[in-house]
Design a protein around this ligand. Sequence first.
Ligand code: AMP
Ligand code: MG
Length: 412
Amino acid sequence: MQTPKSELLPFNEAQEQIFQQITPTTETESVAVKQALGRTLGEEIISPINVPAYNNSAMDGYALQGDDLPENGSITLEVIGSSFAGTPFEGSLQSGQSIRIMTGAKIPEGADTVIMQEKATREENQVTFSSEDNHRAGENVRMAGEDMREGEAVLQPGKTLGAAELGMIASLGYGAVTLKKRIKVAFFSTGDELCSAGETLGDGQIYDSNRYAIFGMLSALDVELIDLGIIRDQRELIEQAFKDAAAQADVVITSGGVSVGEADFVKETLDRVGEVNFWRIAMKPGKPLAFGKVDNAWFFGLPGNPVSAMVTFLQFVRPAINHLAGRERVTPFRIPLRCSNTLKKRPGRLEFQRGIMQQNEKGETVVRGAGHQGSHILRSMSIADCFIVLSPENSGVKAGDWVEVEPFPHNS
Ligand code: AMP
Ligand code: MG
């Protein structure tokens, strides 16, 4: 299936078609909390306890009854004990009494206020507070359940677990957590011109770089990787590679061999063994993209040019894999910034130019183009830290114009 030559598929339509076809996985597994970093939550986390578990002090100081605080002058209270983190005061406070208390220590019954030690004058077993310090009843107390309340749903399935989430889950006392099963992704490169890194380059050959860039981008996702290497341009080898990949993986990714008119066996093979659309997308770089199914696996055929392969991966494959993995959908974060130089652009296609964010002499954050924008200039991806996203209608950017900037994900 091929889009007619004259028609380019709008970028958003391609993205939506992919999203609509892919249904998220429902398979889950239980994993120790420390093993869950970077993975996708498979259950709703309901807090079985209050966090904090009890009212506790936010300061080192003295706990007392707020009603004892004077409006004028000062008050002296008796110090009847102490409460340390882990060693609470046993007993309750009456009016006229206070206890020494440390940060995180339990507030004893009868007390509701903590005065910081810098505002207290201690003499033997007495402590004095002045109204001039404007104390408020109830101050410096962290309430039980203020962070997470018992019975409250605190994390939803689909959430990516980062450092904060591991801490949250641990603070609820969980030793293990239910995650979405990892998606398996197989990838390989095709082409007789390709040579593996570490081998000697023959005449007319190039090193296979896409497989490494794709490996790098996949490594940031919650996936299991299967690197199938380079497959030579031979009918049987390619057919076998697709079948092997689809048998082992949920997603198969290749690069190269998807441009219209290209004389190779990738398309021919896919027409036989899969249900694949060969799209021409109204975007630059990355016009050709193949998407569909090979047996039961989802298939993405990325363009061969290294920048095109990365851009199409980041714009289509990454969100699609996250969707398949059951992650919540996130709209890419785009910031309007002034562009500090001119950018060439012809109307017609959505462009992802590589940009560098920086501060100008006035301290304002601006963006500039990262130089040569050719789809074979992989270095532009390295020196850039963002895409400058230019609409299909845009016919060029003058210095000082506002543009939309999409920061790269952290490992790209
Ligand atoms: P294709 O999409 O196969 O027409 O390839 C477009 C360009 O990308 C050609 O210059 C190819 O040599 C190059 N290319 C294809 N595959 C790779 C790869 N795995 N690594 C680096 N360059 C590639
Ligand atoms: Mg090729």
